[in-house]
Design a protein around this ligand. Sequence first.
Ligand code: GAL
Length: 692
Amino acid sequence: MTATGSAAEADASGRDRMDALRRRLGGFAFGGDYNPEQWDSAVWREDVDLMRRAGVNLVTVGVFAWAALEPEPGVFTFEWMDEVLDLLHSAGISVDLATPTMAPPAWLSQNFPETLPMMADGETFGFGNRLHYDPSSPVYRERAAIITRALAERYSGHPALAMWHISNEYGPTAYNEQSSVAFRAWLQRRYGSLEALNDAWYTRFWSQTYTDWAQVDVPAVPRSWMNPARQLDFKRFVSDALLECFVAERDIVREYRDDIPVVTNFMRFYRNADYWKWAREEDAVALDIYPDPGDEDSWVSAALNFDLMRSLKGEPWVLMEQAASAVSQWKVNNVKRPGMMRAGSYQAIAHGSDTVLYFQWRASRGGHERFHSAMLPHSGTASRTWGEVEALGNELPLIKDALGSSAPADVAVLFDWDAWWALTETHGLPRNDFDYPGLVTDHYRPLLEAHHAVDFVSFDSDLSRYRMLVIPNAYLVPDRFVEALTRYVEGGGVVVCSFFSGVVDETNQVRQPAYPGGLRTLIGGYIDEYLPARAGETFEVQFTGAADDGAAGAVTANWWQDSVHVESATVRAVYASGLLQGRPAMLENTVGEGRVVYLGTRLEPAALTRVLLGEAQRSGIRALVTDAPPTVEATLREADGVSFLFLLNHSESHAAEVRLPFEGHDLLTGASVTDAVTLGPLGVAVVRAVTP
Ligand code: GAL
């Protein structure tokens, strides 16, 4: 990623801190959230004995312990935490100590009701759940700082402390008066003057011109049909307000100790925080992931999220939470069938994680998550889940040489929060049912299933290291990205870009001359109309190339059509039916040394696959393995010149044979492998290449 000077420095020391953690643990981190405040001290001893048995070396303590640590304002009860940390340390288990600021205690909500977030509909989100704070509340921030400082003062020097876990799953969006005050200040910093704000927000429309900053407030509903630039800025503000809370706590713990990683946990496809921006402030990216075990396809979106997490910093990352088996928040909570938890854990490692951590160690007896699975279930060690957890914990040391390694990729896919927010959060588009994560997944899946290594990039990433860039439906593109993309293509890069991209600028205003504004020269054509399909409407698309160019013949498309007029491009496919019959559906434009392939419609999945894989092949990009079924995943990690090939069979019922690109040893079985390996259902192999 292109980083500012300070972000680059932060990355360097983040790497150092993570290296220190890796050295300290001597292998992959294994463990999870540990909530001893729910149990009496006799149970703690049993916990620690069983943790040792399962190979646990890192636990996250105190995520929800604010009430137990500060039962009254300014009154701290650290004795129990002292005992827990000492006990863990005596067993050689390191601690990822959390600041407990995600779940403020009842006294805070009672004494300072203004800390509770007002929801968009004007109702207060009251005490009794979690995340009941307005990130812009000065009182909340002050109280969060007090408990954070108290913890840092007491435990920074504790020998068990290996990592800080700041708060948990940052998320609330608040519409309080104090949120408006903070939003105004944020806008003043961004725009400088009310005039610039009025311009950026296009406020002459519907007489929305502001004449006094005090008139500017947060966009709560029911004022629907809102100014789309205001909505977009509010999304950016919410992410920044939450990030300020993280940074404030991070800086406090850093004052006391600078040599251990400080992180917080991200979520899968999370809309309220721009994780590219957040990652710059973290020592490592950490993720909580809960793929639905009832959905046999859920490994695909897990893979995407894992690749995204690795890409955010271009570094090994932290799998902070996963379930040992079922979760408890959905209508039906299926268990992970035998082998699934193991395969999912190796899947995270395969995509760059250096940890396997769970929520949580011991199953709670009460509370909302009493049926959420745990490493140690209600039935204790006499359970299938425990057996699988214990086995995995004792197996992970076999692959410890892959720790800290990276995973190179030649293909990148754009995933940017600004693009996401503009497309799905601001309404008033030709169609308002875009699903950005879904569209990105549609473009990612063919590459994954064909065993290509894939990175994700943002508008600010360094594109130069990739041979091919896929841009799914980037409705908003900032000027800086248009410039970077132009340089990339002129220099020989290959771009595959899909419809309704490049339409608006950073202020959500339509680029002129339209369409697709910023990308017009690159795609080599212009679009005079966007035509969403009627319900159920499909169009026949005829590729114009030779039968052997990988994308010939007739296919169907649906959902959307750009009415494209060719300028400098070549037509690769035309509509063979419907309103746009005979008109271009797909273009290819040569720009400098590179080329841009533009899709003006949503091709059926098999046709999109052919286009993407065809372009990858033309660009000289090689898959990691060939001849493996699509439900087998292949990834590579490399450390000190040694390659580790991870192979995962996600089929629950079929074995799979995979031809190997090199000879090696399967670290999990110890066997030498030459031509091929056979993976049983949900089977895993980690092949360490034999170096000549
Ligand atoms: C996460 C959260 C944990 C736990 C887990 C299981 O989102 O951080 O505290 O709630 O989900 O549902």
